[in-house]
Design a protein around this ligand. Structure first.
Ligand code: HEM
Length: 408
Protein backbone atom coordinates (compact mmCIF):
# COMPACT_ATOMS: atom_id res chain seq x y z
CA UNK A 1 0.00 0.00 0.00
CA UNK A 2 1.34 3.45 -0.88
CA UNK A 3 1.84 5.76 2.10
CA UNK A 4 -0.39 8.86 2.37
CA UNK A 5 0.97 11.85 0.44
CA UNK A 6 3.42 14.04 2.35
CA UNK A 7 2.27 17.35 3.80
CA UNK A 8 2.74 19.99 1.09
CA UNK A 9 2.92 22.74 3.76
CA UNK A 10 6.20 21.22 5.00
CA UNK A 11 7.69 21.68 1.54
CA UNK A 12 6.26 25.17 1.07
CA UNK A 13 7.64 26.36 4.43
CA UNK A 14 11.11 24.83 4.10
CA UNK A 15 13.92 27.31 4.66
CA UNK A 16 17.47 25.98 4.94
CA UNK A 17 18.54 29.08 6.83
CA UNK A 18 15.88 28.59 9.53
CA UNK A 19 15.79 24.97 10.62
CA UNK A 20 14.00 24.03 13.85
CA UNK A 21 14.57 21.42 16.55
CA UNK A 22 12.04 19.02 14.97
CA UNK A 23 14.03 19.10 11.73
CA UNK A 24 17.33 18.29 13.44
CA UNK A 25 15.68 15.42 15.31
CA UNK A 26 14.05 13.94 12.20
CA UNK A 27 14.49 15.72 8.85
CA UNK A 28 13.01 12.85 6.83
CA UNK A 29 9.33 13.97 6.78
CA UNK A 30 10.51 17.35 5.41
CA UNK A 31 12.76 15.65 2.85
CA UNK A 32 9.86 13.48 1.72
CA UNK A 33 7.55 16.47 1.38
CA UNK A 34 10.17 18.28 -0.69
CA UNK A 35 10.74 15.25 -2.95
CA UNK A 36 7.00 14.95 -3.58
CA UNK A 37 6.00 18.60 -3.86
CA UNK A 38 9.12 20.69 -4.63
CA UNK A 39 12.07 18.51 -5.69
CA UNK A 40 13.85 21.53 -7.19
CA UNK A 41 13.11 24.00 -4.43
CA UNK A 42 14.21 27.63 -4.78
CA UNK A 43 15.53 29.15 -1.53
CA UNK A 44 15.21 32.86 -0.67
CA UNK A 45 18.88 33.43 -1.60
CA UNK A 46 18.30 32.06 -5.13
CA UNK A 47 20.00 28.71 -4.52
CA UNK A 48 18.27 25.39 -5.25
CA UNK A 49 17.67 22.56 -2.78
CA UNK A 50 17.48 19.16 -4.51
CA UNK A 51 16.03 15.95 -3.11
CA UNK A 52 15.66 13.43 -5.98
CA UNK A 53 18.17 10.61 -6.40
CA UNK A 54 18.30 10.94 -10.20
CA UNK A 55 19.07 14.67 -10.05
CA UNK A 56 21.89 14.18 -7.55
CA UNK A 57 23.36 11.22 -9.42
CA UNK A 58 23.50 13.22 -12.65
CA UNK A 59 24.99 16.32 -10.97
CA UNK A 60 27.74 14.40 -9.20
CA UNK A 61 28.80 12.95 -12.55
CA UNK A 62 28.66 16.16 -14.55
CA UNK A 63 31.68 18.06 -13.24
CA UNK A 64 31.78 20.31 -16.33
CA UNK A 65 28.42 21.91 -15.51
CA UNK A 66 28.56 21.58 -11.72
CA UNK A 67 31.73 22.90 -10.10
CA UNK A 68 33.12 22.07 -6.66
CA UNK A 69 35.20 25.26 -6.53
CA UNK A 70 33.92 27.20 -3.51
CA UNK A 71 35.94 30.43 -3.77
CA UNK A 72 33.01 32.57 -4.85
CA UNK A 73 30.52 31.02 -2.44
CA UNK A 74 32.80 31.09 0.62
CA UNK A 75 34.18 34.63 0.21
CA UNK A 76 31.10 36.35 1.69
CA UNK A 77 30.54 33.47 4.14
CA UNK A 78 34.02 33.48 5.75
CA UNK A 79 35.80 36.67 4.58
CA UNK A 80 39.61 36.61 4.45
CA UNK A 81 40.03 34.10 7.27
CA UNK A 82 41.89 30.84 8.00
CA UNK A 83 38.61 28.96 7.36
CA UNK A 84 38.37 30.49 3.88
CA UNK A 85 41.94 29.57 3.06
CA UNK A 86 41.48 26.07 4.42
CA UNK A 87 38.30 25.15 2.59
CA UNK A 88 39.28 26.70 -0.72
CA UNK A 89 42.61 24.84 -0.72
CA UNK A 90 41.31 21.35 0.08
CA UNK A 91 40.73 18.91 -2.77
CA UNK A 92 37.04 18.40 -2.08
CA UNK A 93 36.29 22.06 -2.77
CA UNK A 94 38.39 22.32 -5.93
CA UNK A 95 38.16 21.33 -9.57
CA UNK A 96 41.11 20.03 -11.61
CA UNK A 97 44.05 20.54 -11.69
CA UNK A 98 44.55 20.82 -7.88
CA UNK A 99 41.82 18.27 -7.23
CA UNK A 100 43.38 15.67 -9.52
CA UNK A 101 46.91 16.09 -8.16
CA UNK A 102 45.94 15.73 -4.51
CA UNK A 103 43.48 12.94 -5.14
CA UNK A 104 46.09 10.84 -6.94
CA UNK A 105 48.50 11.22 -4.04
CA UNK A 106 45.91 10.26 -1.43
CA UNK A 107 44.29 7.42 -3.37
CA UNK A 108 47.58 5.54 -3.67
CA UNK A 109 47.68 5.03 0.10
CA UNK A 110 44.10 3.75 0.27
CA UNK A 111 44.53 0.82 -2.14
CA UNK A 112 43.22 -2.62 -1.11
CA UNK A 113 46.72 -3.76 -0.08
CA UNK A 114 47.16 -0.82 2.28
CA UNK A 115 43.69 -1.42 3.76
CA UNK A 116 44.41 -5.11 4.30
CA UNK A 117 47.56 -4.15 6.23
CA UNK A 118 45.41 -2.03 8.59
CA UNK A 119 43.00 -4.86 9.47
CA UNK A 120 44.87 -6.60 12.30
CA UNK A 121 45.47 -3.28 14.11
CA UNK A 122 41.83 -2.36 13.69
CA UNK A 123 40.62 -5.66 15.20
CA UNK A 124 43.01 -5.20 18.14
CA UNK A 125 41.89 -1.61 18.75
CA UNK A 126 38.20 -2.58 18.69
CA UNK A 127 38.85 -5.50 21.07
CA UNK A 128 40.61 -3.18 23.55
CA UNK A 129 37.69 -0.74 23.49
CA UNK A 130 35.20 -3.58 23.99
CA UNK A 131 37.21 -4.95 26.94
CA UNK A 132 37.05 -1.55 28.64
CA UNK A 133 33.28 -1.30 28.06
CA UNK A 134 32.74 -4.83 29.34
CA UNK A 135 34.69 -4.06 32.52
CA UNK A 136 32.42 -1.06 33.24
CA UNK A 137 29.14 -2.63 32.08
CA UNK A 138 28.05 0.67 30.55
CA UNK A 139 29.36 3.17 28.06
CA UNK A 140 28.74 6.16 25.89
CA UNK A 141 28.66 4.55 22.46
CA UNK A 142 30.07 7.69 20.85
CA UNK A 143 32.80 8.77 23.25
CA UNK A 144 33.92 5.30 24.31
CA UNK A 145 33.57 3.49 20.99
CA UNK A 146 32.44 5.15 17.74
CA UNK A 147 34.67 8.23 18.00
CA UNK A 148 37.66 6.34 19.38
CA UNK A 149 38.12 4.24 16.23
CA UNK A 150 38.42 6.67 13.28
CA UNK A 151 40.71 8.99 15.23
CA UNK A 152 43.25 6.18 15.60
CA UNK A 153 42.82 4.94 12.03
CA UNK A 154 43.25 8.33 10.44
CA UNK A 155 46.04 9.16 12.90
CA UNK A 156 47.83 6.00 11.72
CA UNK A 157 47.23 6.90 8.08
CA UNK A 158 49.20 10.13 8.54
CA UNK A 159 51.46 8.53 11.18
CA UNK A 160 50.56 11.16 13.80
CA UNK A 161 52.34 10.12 17.05
CA UNK A 162 49.76 8.55 19.39
CA UNK A 163 50.45 10.96 22.24
CA UNK A 164 49.76 13.96 19.94
CA UNK A 165 46.25 12.89 18.81
CA UNK A 166 44.33 14.46 21.73
CA UNK A 167 43.30 17.77 20.11
CA UNK A 168 42.45 16.32 16.65
CA UNK A 169 38.77 15.58 17.28
CA UNK A 170 38.04 19.03 18.78
CA UNK A 171 39.72 20.80 15.85
CA UNK A 172 37.86 18.63 13.40
CA UNK A 173 34.44 19.26 15.00
CA UNK A 174 35.06 23.01 15.07
CA UNK A 175 36.14 23.17 11.41
CA UNK A 176 33.30 20.97 10.13
CA UNK A 177 30.78 22.78 12.36
CA UNK A 178 31.57 25.99 10.48
CA UNK A 179 30.30 24.33 7.27
CA UNK A 180 26.68 24.43 8.47
CA UNK A 181 24.24 26.33 6.21
CA UNK A 182 24.13 29.13 8.81
CA UNK A 183 27.32 29.88 10.78
CA UNK A 184 27.06 31.86 14.03
CA UNK A 185 29.94 34.27 14.85
CA UNK A 186 30.92 31.93 17.74
CA UNK A 187 31.06 28.89 15.45
CA UNK A 188 33.13 30.85 12.91
CA UNK A 189 35.53 31.99 15.65
CA UNK A 190 35.93 28.41 16.93
CA UNK A 191 36.52 27.17 13.36
CA UNK A 192 39.14 29.83 12.63
CA UNK A 193 40.96 29.17 15.86
CA UNK A 194 40.95 25.44 15.09
CA UNK A 195 42.43 25.95 11.60
CA UNK A 196 45.19 28.18 13.04
CA UNK A 197 46.10 25.70 15.79
CA UNK A 198 45.90 22.74 13.41
CA UNK A 199 48.25 24.50 10.94
CA UNK A 200 50.76 25.24 13.71
CA UNK A 201 50.70 21.63 14.77
CA UNK A 202 51.04 20.29 11.21
CA UNK A 203 54.00 22.57 10.43
CA UNK A 204 55.89 20.86 13.22
CA UNK A 205 54.74 17.38 12.14
CA UNK A 206 55.71 18.01 8.51
CA UNK A 207 59.14 19.34 9.52
CA UNK A 208 59.77 16.16 11.51
CA UNK A 209 58.55 13.95 8.64
CA UNK A 210 60.73 15.78 6.11
CA UNK A 211 63.69 15.01 8.36
CA UNK A 212 62.65 11.36 8.78
CA UNK A 213 60.38 10.23 5.92
CA UNK A 214 57.96 7.35 6.48
CA UNK A 215 56.97 4.52 4.11
CA UNK A 216 55.12 6.14 1.17
CA UNK A 217 53.20 2.88 0.57
CA UNK A 218 51.23 3.41 3.79
CA UNK A 219 52.02 6.89 5.14
CA UNK A 220 49.87 9.48 3.38
CA UNK A 221 51.79 12.39 4.83
CA UNK A 222 55.06 11.15 3.34
CA UNK A 223 53.26 10.67 0.00
CA UNK A 224 51.92 14.20 0.06
CA UNK A 225 55.34 15.62 0.97
CA UNK A 226 57.20 13.68 -1.70
CA UNK A 227 54.67 14.39 -4.44
CA UNK A 228 54.41 12.41 -7.63
CA UNK A 229 57.15 10.56 -9.44
CA UNK A 230 57.10 13.19 -12.21
CA UNK A 231 58.17 15.77 -9.65
CA UNK A 232 54.92 17.66 -9.26
CA UNK A 233 54.77 18.78 -5.66
CA UNK A 234 52.17 20.46 -3.54
CA UNK A 235 52.87 23.93 -2.20
CA UNK A 236 53.28 24.18 1.56
CA UNK A 237 49.74 25.59 1.95
CA UNK A 238 48.25 22.85 -0.27
CA UNK A 239 50.08 20.21 1.73
CA UNK A 240 48.99 21.48 5.15
CA UNK A 241 45.35 22.19 4.25
CA UNK A 242 44.87 18.83 2.58
CA UNK A 243 46.26 17.09 5.66
CA UNK A 244 43.69 18.96 7.75
CA UNK A 245 40.97 17.97 5.30
CA UNK A 246 41.97 14.33 5.37
CA UNK A 247 42.10 14.22 9.14
CA UNK A 248 38.62 15.79 9.25
CA UNK A 249 37.05 13.82 6.39
CA UNK A 250 37.93 10.46 7.81
CA UNK A 251 36.82 11.27 11.24
CA UNK A 252 33.40 12.65 12.09
CA UNK A 253 31.75 10.88 9.15
CA UNK A 254 33.01 7.46 10.22
CA UNK A 255 32.21 8.12 13.88
CA UNK A 256 28.67 8.83 12.73
CA UNK A 257 28.49 5.69 10.59
CA UNK A 258 29.37 3.53 13.62
CA UNK A 259 27.17 5.50 16.04
CA UNK A 260 24.19 5.70 13.68
CA UNK A 261 24.49 1.99 12.83
CA UNK A 262 24.47 0.89 16.47
CA UNK A 263 21.58 3.26 17.22
CA UNK A 264 19.58 1.84 14.30
CA UNK A 265 20.07 -1.67 15.72
CA UNK A 266 18.57 -0.40 19.00
CA UNK A 267 15.63 1.16 17.17
CA UNK A 268 14.94 -1.88 14.93
CA UNK A 269 15.27 -5.03 17.09
CA UNK A 270 14.12 -7.27 14.22
CA UNK A 271 17.11 -6.13 12.16
CA UNK A 272 19.44 -6.65 15.11
CA UNK A 273 18.10 -10.21 15.54
CA UNK A 274 18.63 -10.86 11.86
CA UNK A 275 22.22 -9.61 11.90
CA UNK A 276 22.94 -11.74 14.97
CA UNK A 277 21.50 -14.79 13.22
CA UNK A 278 23.26 -14.01 9.91
CA UNK A 279 26.55 -12.21 10.67
CA UNK A 280 27.48 -12.56 6.99
CA UNK A 281 25.05 -9.70 6.31
CA UNK A 282 27.40 -7.15 7.89
CA UNK A 283 28.53 -5.74 4.51
CA UNK A 284 25.00 -5.08 3.23
CA UNK A 285 24.00 -3.86 6.71
CA UNK A 286 26.69 -1.17 6.61
CA UNK A 287 25.46 0.00 3.18
CA UNK A 288 21.92 0.16 4.55
CA UNK A 289 23.02 2.21 7.61
CA UNK A 290 24.78 4.57 5.21
CA UNK A 291 21.64 4.88 3.08
CA UNK A 292 19.14 5.19 5.91
CA UNK A 293 21.03 7.64 8.16
CA UNK A 294 23.70 9.10 5.88
CA UNK A 295 26.51 10.62 7.96
CA UNK A 296 26.92 13.37 5.39
CA UNK A 297 23.46 14.68 4.50
CA UNK A 298 24.22 17.68 2.30
CA UNK A 299 26.59 18.45 -0.57
CA UNK A 300 27.03 21.58 -2.70
CA UNK A 301 27.89 22.51 -6.27
CA UNK A 302 27.89 25.71 -8.34
CA UNK A 303 26.40 25.78 -11.82
CA UNK A 304 29.00 27.06 -14.27
CA UNK A 305 27.07 26.67 -17.54
CA UNK A 306 23.38 27.28 -18.12
CA UNK A 307 21.43 24.03 -17.72
CA UNK A 308 18.16 22.52 -16.49
CA UNK A 309 17.41 20.37 -13.47
CA UNK A 310 14.28 18.24 -13.54
CA UNK A 311 12.87 20.47 -16.30
CA UNK A 312 13.60 23.73 -14.42
CA UNK A 313 15.94 26.12 -16.32
CA UNK A 314 18.97 26.99 -14.19
CA UNK A 315 21.30 29.93 -14.82
CA UNK A 316 25.10 29.83 -14.56
CA UNK A 317 26.20 30.99 -11.10
CA UNK A 318 23.33 29.24 -9.29
CA UNK A 319 24.31 27.40 -6.11
CA UNK A 320 22.75 23.99 -5.55
CA UNK A 321 22.45 21.99 -2.33
CA UNK A 322 22.34 18.24 -2.94
CA UNK A 323 20.36 16.55 -0.20
CA UNK A 324 21.92 13.10 0.07
CA UNK A 325 19.67 12.20 3.01
CA UNK A 326 16.56 12.77 0.87
CA UNK A 327 17.92 11.11 -2.28
CA UNK A 328 18.79 8.00 -0.29
CA UNK A 329 15.11 7.57 0.59
CA UNK A 330 13.74 8.28 -2.88
CA UNK A 331 11.05 5.69 -3.74
CA UNK A 332 11.86 6.15 -7.43
CA UNK A 333 15.18 4.46 -6.68
CA UNK A 334 14.64 2.34 -3.54
CA UNK A 335 11.78 -0.04 -2.85
CA UNK A 336 10.09 0.81 0.47
CA UNK A 337 12.76 3.39 1.24
CA UNK A 338 11.53 4.12 4.78
CA UNK A 339 12.11 0.49 5.77
CA UNK A 340 15.50 -0.46 7.21
CA UNK A 341 16.51 -3.70 5.50
CA UNK A 342 20.02 -4.86 6.35
CA UNK A 343 19.98 -7.30 3.42
CA UNK A 344 18.91 -4.67 0.85
CA UNK A 345 20.31 -5.28 -2.61
CA UNK A 346 20.85 -3.49 -4.90
CA UNK A 347 21.59 -0.44 -2.76
CA UNK A 348 23.16 2.29 -4.87
CA UNK A 349 22.99 4.98 -2.21
CA UNK A 350 24.78 8.31 -2.52
CA UNK A 351 26.22 8.47 1.01
CA UNK A 352 29.72 8.70 -0.53
CA UNK A 353 28.49 11.02 -3.34
CA UNK A 354 29.53 9.99 -6.86
CA UNK A 355 31.63 10.99 -9.86
CA UNK A 356 35.10 12.54 -9.67
CA UNK A 357 34.79 13.59 -6.02
CA UNK A 358 33.30 10.32 -4.76
CA UNK A 359 34.70 9.68 -1.29
CA UNK A 360 38.34 8.61 -1.56
CA UNK A 361 38.14 6.92 1.84
CA UNK A 362 34.93 4.95 1.34
CA UNK A 363 36.51 1.52 1.51
CA UNK A 364 38.36 2.44 4.66
CA UNK A 365 35.12 3.74 6.18
CA UNK A 366 33.34 0.53 5.21
CA UNK A 367 36.10 -1.58 6.73
CA UNK A 368 35.99 0.38 10.00
CA UNK A 369 32.19 0.17 10.13
CA UNK A 370 32.10 -3.55 9.43
CA UNK A 371 34.79 -4.51 11.94
CA UNK A 372 33.46 -2.20 14.68
CA UNK A 373 29.77 -3.05 14.43
CA UNK A 374 30.24 -6.80 13.89
CA UNK A 375 32.58 -7.09 16.89
CA UNK A 376 30.35 -4.94 19.11
CA UNK A 377 27.29 -7.01 18.34
CA UNK A 378 29.13 -10.29 18.84
CA UNK A 379 30.36 -9.17 22.26
CA UNK A 380 27.20 -7.36 23.44
CA UNK A 381 24.21 -8.85 21.58
CA UNK A 382 21.75 -7.51 24.18
CA UNK A 383 22.95 -3.90 24.64
CA UNK A 384 20.18 -1.51 25.79
CA UNK A 385 19.80 2.28 26.05
CA UNK A 386 20.77 3.77 29.42
CA UNK A 387 19.67 7.38 29.02
CA UNK A 388 18.52 9.85 26.42
CA UNK A 389 20.70 10.05 23.29
CA UNK A 390 21.98 13.52 22.37
CA UNK A 391 21.96 14.39 18.67
CA UNK A 392 24.73 16.43 17.08
CA UNK A 393 22.21 19.10 16.07
CA UNK A 394 23.69 19.63 12.63
CA UNK A 395 22.07 19.59 9.21
CA UNK A 396 25.14 18.59 7.20
CA UNK A 397 26.72 15.92 9.40
CA UNK A 398 24.13 13.62 10.99
CA UNK A 399 25.06 11.75 14.13
CA UNK A 400 25.04 11.72 17.91
CA UNK A 401 27.16 13.51 20.48
CA UNK A 402 26.24 10.95 23.10
CA UNK A 403 24.47 7.56 23.18
CA UNK A 404 24.49 6.03 26.69
CA UNK A 405 24.06 2.25 26.79
CA UNK A 406 24.28 -0.69 29.21
CA UNK A 407 25.76 -3.97 28.14
CA UNK A 408 25.03 -6.22 31.11
C1 HEM B 1 31.12 6.92 6.58
C2 HEM B 1 32.17 7.64 6.35
C3 HEM B 1 32.29 8.63 5.24
C4 HEM B 1 31.33 9.29 4.53
C5 HEM B 1 29.81 9.17 4.66
C6 HEM B 1 32.02 10.14 3.57
C7 HEM B 1 31.37 10.94 2.64
C8 HEM B 1 32.01 11.69 1.68
C9 HEM B 1 31.35 12.46 0.66
C10 HEM B 1 29.82 12.58 0.48
C11 HEM B 1 32.29 13.03 -0.13
C12 HEM B 1 32.07 13.92 -1.36
C13 HEM B 1 31.90 15.35 -1.04
C14 HEM B 1 31.55 16.18 -2.26
O1 HEM B 1 32.25 16.13 -3.26
O2 HEM B 1 30.56 16.92 -2.20
C15 HEM B 1 33.58 12.63 0.43
C16 HEM B 1 34.81 13.03 -0.07
C17 HEM B 1 36.00 12.64 0.46
N1 HEM B 1 36.23 11.79 1.52
FE1 HEM B 1 34.81 10.80 2.57
N2 HEM B 1 33.38 10.00 3.74
C18 HEM B 1 33.60 9.08 4.75
C19 HEM B 1 34.82 8.63 5.21
C20 HEM B 1 36.04 9.02 4.72
C21 HEM B 1 37.33 8.52 5.16
C22 HEM B 1 37.53 7.44 6.22
C23 HEM B 1 38.28 9.18 4.46
C24 HEM B 1 39.77 9.11 4.50
C25 HEM B 1 40.52 8.22 4.92
C26 HEM B 1 37.61 10.08 3.54
C27 HEM B 1 38.23 10.88 2.64
C28 HEM B 1 37.59 11.64 1.69
C29 HEM B 1 38.29 12.45 0.71
C30 HEM B 1 39.80 12.57 0.55
C31 HEM B 1 37.29 13.08 -0.05
C32 HEM B 1 37.51 14.08 -1.19
C33 HEM B 1 37.45 13.35 -2.48
C34 HEM B 1 37.55 14.29 -3.67
O3 HEM B 1 37.23 15.47 -3.58
O4 HEM B 1 37.97 13.78 -4.72
N3 HEM B 1 36.25 9.95 3.74
N4 HEM B 1 33.39 11.81 1.51
Amino acid sequence: MDPAPADSALAAGFDLSRLDAAFYADPFPVYRALREHAPVKRMADGSLFLTRWADLDRIYRDTKTFSSDKREEFRPKYGATPLYEHHTTSLVFNDPPLHTRVRRLIAGALMPRALAAMEPGLHALVARLLDAIEARGEADLIEDFAAAIPIEVIGNLLAVPVEERGPLRGWSLAILGALEPVVTPEAAARGNEAVTEFLDYLRSLVARRRARPGDPATDVLTRLIQGEADGERLTEAELLHNCIFLLNAGHETTTNLIGNGLELLLRFPDQRARLLAEPGLIATAIEEFLRYESSNQLGNRRVVAETEIGGVPVAAGTLVTLCIGAANRDPARFEEPERLDIARQPNRHLAFAGGAHMCAGMNLARLEGQIAIAAFLRRFPGYVPAGAPVRGGRARFRGFLSLPIRVA
